[in-house]
Design a binder for this molecule. Structure first.
Ligand code: MLT
Length: 207
């Protein structure tokens, strides 16, 4: 895709690829150290959100009144999924085996794609500090989906209501959800990373 900024790092053959989706203001390379910690041998692929709001990269826009722009969210999710399929094919990787490692804005668009009827190839995700962007419109069972997600009790961006509504939407649709909470804010802590790594090793993926 000509308009996508992509990061790719080779892995060892047979290891599940990690798909990195950054937070607001981030880039395609942002999460590589975290991904290396979680699964050192996996190929790593990052895709930058193509929108810029107030000078910061994002996967979808806000409306003028500060809400989420649901049209932008819908069309940018389609763009991201298409870019994932094309980029994985270019690197001879299977997107259905991918483990998403997403933070904040990147985690949100991954969860949205599952909850809103998109043809989403990936089935496993580590979502750091996600939230529910809009009501789910479930069109298929998510019983093949495994999610680990995290929440900070002092997060100024993600409310407890939004985090727990996201988890409940995923669970109602059949996804297996494992959550981790800390007392910190909207940031990724060492204890959170250790928990995510433990989970990824437990779910028996090839990592
Ligand atoms: C979003 O816009 O996805 C959330 O508010 C989180 C963030 O600010 O990135």
């Amino acid at each position: 895709m000509s308009d996508a900024y992509i990061f790719f790092k080779e892995g060892k053959p047979g290891y599940a690829p990690i798909l990195m989706l950054h937070g607001t203001g981030g880039s395609e390379e942002d999460l590589v150290n975290i991904a290396d910690f979680l699964s050192p041998n996996s190929p790593k692929l990052g895709i930058r959100g193509r929108l810029i709001e107030n000078g910061r990269t994002r996967y979808f826009n806000h409306t003028e009144d500060g809400g989420f722009d649901l049209d932008s969210l819908d069309s940018e999710t389609d763009w991201l999924l298409e870019t994932i399929k094309e980029t994985f094919a270019e690197h001879h990787l299977d997107p259905t085996q991918a483990i998403v490692v997403g933070y904040s804005n990147g985690a949100n668009i991954a969860a949205y794609s599952w909850l809103n009827g998109k043809d989403t190839p990936f089935r496993t995700a580590i979502l750091f500090h996600p939230m529910l962007l809009t009501d789910a419109t479930i069109t298929r069972s998510l019983d093949d989906i495994k999610v680990w997600d995290s929440y900070g009790a002092n997060d100024q961006i993600v409310s407890p209501q939004s985090f727990f509504a996201l988890n409940s939407s995923l669970k109602v649709a059949g996804a297996q959800v494992t959550s981790f909470q800390h007392q910190s804010a909207h940031k990724i802590t060492d204890e959170e990373l250790t928990s995510a790594k433990k989970w990824i090793n437990q779910i028996n993926l090839n990592i």
